[in-house]
Design a protein around this ligand. Structure first.
Ligand code: ASP
Length: 324
């Protein structure tokens, strides 16, 4: 049984891209598209989650993801609580289960969870009361589904025909929950060719099962790509020998303007943030005309609103409201 869906096949939780199916992903992207105009209005509010309580429980720092989840919930009129982990019970040794039970005792409706351990979001979804929705905001190196969805949304804005696309993901694939979720989403959407570009040490052990073409030479991997996704080195998930030096890394795997010229002339450049200029991406590329990095941030609000609306059962209203 897929823990993300209820018995009628509706989205209950969002834990990972795997198991969602193409139609569900397209439904989320379409709903986000219908919500996007709201983000440009003077009054950026819909009543879909009025009276509901959303808890952002972040055990790892994350300015962008947390802020855009918070904005998304507020734009849907929810009450939002942000649990600051540095001052929370987690530091005092409280178990995840006890934290969950206490939040349930406050009658929360939705839990947005980020945690350094892969599987943490599944843990919460499995143990939560039936009326609580769990959204994964990144768990270890496992999954970051809303990031992948906002990335697909951004790609679709620029290049809607996924079957015709060559997408190159460059960098630390091994430790990246973003890459894993992106690959799953790109596959569901029928992407023509998915490439990963990384040194052997930054490729996951199961890379052969992911349905991607592997390049260790960035110049070959970037050739004629339509979408170039750059990734941060996840140093917090590396140990001793794995840790590459920044300059050395940029020399071999950094996306510079010279290298970007190998891709399609109208290729877009993406990055989930935070960017490390001069490590995985050159400043002139990050700020250049092909970069859609800040569009990704804006789109993240609409995509997170869509996921919140759909998991709380507001599918029809969410699709209709902005036009009205
Ligand atoms: N913000 C993304 C994540 O949380 C990417 C990164 O941190 O490099 O996984």
């Amino acid at each position: 049984m897929n823990p993300q869906l209820d018995k009628d096949g509706n989205l209950r939780h969002l834990l990972e891209i795997e198991g969602l199916g193409r139609d569900r992903v397209v439904q989320i992207l379409d709903t986000a598209e219908s919500l996007l105009p709201l983000t440009e209005r003077a009054v950026k509010k819909l009543p879909l989650l009025r009276g509901r309580t959303v808890v952002n429980l972040f055990y790892e720092p994350s300015p962008r993801t947390r802020m855009t989840f918070e904005l998304a919930a507020k734009r849907l009129s929810a009450d939002v609580l942000n649990l600051d982990v540095d001052h929370s019970s987690a530091r005092k040794g409280e178990s995840l289960l006890d934290t969950l039970r206490n939040l349930e005792a406050m009658h929360m409706d939705m839990l947005v969870i980020r945690h350094p351990d892969s599987g943490a979001a599944h843990f919460f979804a499995t143990h939560a009361d039936p009326q609580v929705t769990v959204l994964n905001a990144g768990d270890g190196s496992h999954a970051h589904p809303t990031q992948a969805l906002l990335d697909m949304f951004t790609i679709r804005q620029h290049k809607p025909d996924f079957a015709a696309l060559t997408v190159a993901i460059v960098g630390d694939i091994a430790h990246s929950r973003v890459a894993r979720s992106q690959i799953a989403a790109l596959r569901l959407l029928g992407t023509g060719e998915i490439r990963v570009i990384a040194p052997h040490t930054l490729l996951p052990a199961d890379i052969d099962r992911l349905g991607v073409k592997v390049f260790t030479d960035i110049d070959h991997g970037l050739r004629d790509a339509d979408v170039v996704i750059t990734l941060r080195l996840q140093r917090e998930r590396m140990q001793g020998a794995d840790l590459p030096g920044s300059q050395e890394y940029f020399r071999h795997y950094g996306v510079s303007s010279e290298r970007l010229a190998l891709a399609s002339p109208d290729a877009i450049v993406m990055h989930p943030g935070p960017i490390n200029r001069g490590v995985e991406i050159a400043s002139d590329v990050a700020d250049g005309p092909q970069s859609v990095i800040l569009q990704q941030v804006t789109n993240g609000i609409a995509v997170r609103m869509a996921v919140m609306a759909l998991t709380m059962g507001g599918e029809r209203t969410a699709a209709q409201e902005p036009g009205t």
